[in-house]
Design a protein around this ligand. Sequence first.
Ligand code: PLP
Length: 419
Amino acid sequence: MRPEIKRAQHTIPVGASSPLRACRNVGTDPLVVAEAHGQYLHDVDGTRYIDFMYGFGPLILGHAPEAVSTAIAQQAANGTLFGTYCTQEIELAERITATADHLEQLRFVCSGTEAVMSTLRLARAYTGRTRVLRFNGGYHGHFDLVQNKDEARMRDSGLDPAAMRSNVFAEYNDAESVERAFAESPGEIAAVVVEPIACNMSLVMPEEGFLADLRRICDREGAVLIFDEVITGFRLTYGPASNLLGVSPDLTAFGKIIGGGTPVGAFGGRRDIMRLLDEERVLQGGTLSGNPLTMAAGLATLDALAQPGFYEELERKGALLEAAVERHRAEKGLDFTFTRTGSIFAFIFVPQAAPVRVKADVAAQAQSPYTTMYAGLRTAGYHLAPDIEEPMYVSAETTDETLEDFAARAVALLATDPN
Ligand code: PLP
């Protein structure tokens, strides 16, 4: 173990400020990184790793993109926090709301957690109800209301049992389970919150009609439909993924990409719901929310994403990776599932013929193929997701050569695993 890891663990629980970074689920020591550029992370020994994590998703342009770094440096020289109105904040809010008609108003916060939390509070105020319906396998941040803990574990987890009990669970891709939940809690459900593309149980796409069913049920029941686009926002297209999926939510939570690698979240949607913040009926605020440093990083990032052909090029790279994985898999005669949309991808170790629709389908996979692949690729100089159910990302800096090499090595390693 590196001395820095021991040192970190002495002062910081698990050694890091977010638990997955400790790499416990892959049984490998975490990297201790000194700097990062383009597709590379450089550790404190100067060893170079090719990244497929990109900070859990925000770094769609790769590490330290020049335009974003310059914008941050210039803003830092002119003040990082004003505590009053600033044009950078207005500009970024206008640019984001311009991407979808249903984004009539928007506010910034400092994390995806806060963004989702704020949408839920708004939904409760708007409907006068308290319960929230969410999906097994979804992740919406670390606050009490959206945790998966069962009754037995509530007491020792520090979570508020009352908040937890207001959770209503349904299965992703199963509108019937949503209907049942509403039938069991008539007039009590304030909101349905969903990742429109599930990115926290590997990568699972919504089946045809599922999101439209949620829209229909929410309209009928008077509940607020919230899309958690913390990962998908600006990842697949310039704006929310709902633009590609053809269903409009009432409220949307953003995070990650819109902050250009600095702390960010945002939430927005229907003016008649967002208006409750204006009336000061619903409290929401933050010392650092909408700070000019983050806004400058976000604006520079959106400038790059708005370039013609940006998302087409990312799709080309994603398709290249998928084709390479499929080719090597066929050559080796292996049977596993590779899911991809645009620049998000995941390996799921279930046979290709098996359904991957709900959390249980993903949870059924064997762990050891991923651990084998993770360890082997680390030795070969790659940095992967530290958990089998986290998806990975291609960035604007990922080269074709990297994608070909990664696919070949990944499949060769999987062929060595007994599972
Ligand atoms: N929502 C989704 C879909 C996420 O993936 C995450 C974090 O990964 C969050 C919310 C929470 O965001 P943050 O970690 O910025 O609080």
